[in-house]
Design a protein around this ligand. Structure first.
Ligand code: KG4
Ligand code: ZN
Length: 347
């Protein structure tokens, strides 16, 4: 593969869940990041409804592309390559993005890169902090996934060291928010509520025993423990302090995530950690990760909050990385793969 030294202009499409994200990136420079979301339409269902998300992507697609181009001050003929999330995610939602990206790539006569949503959550950090150290350990914590990765080279080589055996970290935030009557998605309101409370309740830390797998996570027992604790208090007529429960739950998640990520760095002799995905927006996770990395002599990189949750710039960022590394583009029959494995960076 021949490395490129010029800076390609890449148009990125993200439609794996409820956000229609269109981003423009030149090299490692973020030019624009336009977002439309159907979140409000899902709120009353307490989770994303795939059919509603797909239809909303269709309606938002062209206007959002136009907004991204206008914000970046570029025109379609300037685009050198198109990148699109081809998985993992909701099949119908992914298909809207893949079809749109193919149409733009074909019409413009530029290469198309189908990329992995999870690797894109890591790649986005390069827009703010420059090229990732090689190797890095990456912890990916989103609504659908929680994994610890060894990343020798983000353009082609990602090794999963561990993952959640049940709920994803973000899913646990969303489910606990429901128990506490907080809105969906649950991460932001729990983060806010926790700032008013104290982590005084000792909730369990899953898979942290001496014989447990070092880099796997389990959050389903924690979620159940929180629900049981709240029920018991209510049964006894005791007032439940939402801020204290939120802070205690959040502390349990953050403690486990950061301990395992630091351990992965130490065990593999890697001194750079990058955290990506929606849960990386969590203020307590960012603070504790910084403390523990400082103590362990690890350089921590976390994208700014806005770039942690789903967006189009992350897809363009990974696409740009692939173009510059000389990776072959996708075939024209690129499809959507709802369960694309984490180690397939592009296809
Ligand atoms: O990466 P993302 O936007 O979508 C997926 O790929 O899943 O992540 C969404 C998840 C949701 O579960 C949401 O509750 C969580 O990220 N999240 C947070 C915060 N902001 C978003 N979790 C904890 N604290 C936050 N501040
Ligand atoms: Zn995501």
């Amino acid at each position: 593969m021949a490395e490129r030294t010029d800076q390609p202009l890449v148009l990125g499409f993200e439609t794996s869940c409820d956000e229609t994200g269109i981003g423009l990136v030149r090299g490692h420079t973020l030019l624009s990041d336009a977002l439309a979301t159907s979140m409000a339409e899902h709120e009353r269902f307490g989770g994303v409804v795939p059919e509603i998300a797909s239809r909303a992507h269709l309606e938002a697609m062209v206007p959002t592309v136009h907004r991204a181009l206008a914000d970046a001050g570029v025109a379609l003929p300037d685009v050198d390559a198109v990148a699109v999330t081809s998985g993992p995610g909701l099949t119908g939602a992914l298909l809207v993005g893949v079809a749109a990206a193919k149409a733009y790539a074909l019409a413009l006569g530029v290469p198309l890169y189908g990329v992995n949503h999870l690797a894109a959550h890591v790649a986005v950090d390069e827009l703010e902090h420059g090229r990732l150290a090689e190797p890095s350990i990456a912890m990916l914590v989103s609504g659908g996934h929680s994994s610890i990765l060894l990343v020798p080279d983000l353009s082609q080589d990602v090794v999963e060291l561990g993952r959640t055996v049940d709920d994803a970290a973000g899913e646990a935030f969303d489910k606990v928010a429901r128990v506490l009557d907080l809105p969906f998605p649950g991460g932001p309101p729990i983060d806010r509520a926790a700032q008013e409370g104290t982590a005084s309740i000792a909730f369990p830390r899953g898979l942290t025993g001496p014989r447990d797998p070092a880099y796997d996570f389990s959050f389903s027992g924690l979620k159940t423990a929180v629900a049981r604790w709240v029920e018991a208090q209510q049964r006894d007529g005791v007032h439940v302090s939402v801020p204290d429960v939120a802070a205690s739950f959040q502390e349990a998640v953050v403690d486990v995530l950061t301990a395992k990520a630091v351990r992965a760095c130490r065990d593999h002799g890697v001194d750079h950690l990058v955290i990506g995905g929606g849960v990386a927006a969590n203020s307590r996770l960012r603070a504790v990760a910084q403390e523990r990395c400082d103590a362990a002599g690890i350089v921590l990189r976390v994208p700014s909050r806005r770039l942690c949750t789903d967006n189009g710039a992350m897809v363009a960022a990974l696409g740009s990385r692939l173009v510059m590394a000389g990776v072959a583009p996708s075939e024209p029959d690129l499809g959507a793969d709802s369960s694309l494995p984490i180690d397939v960076v592009s296809r």
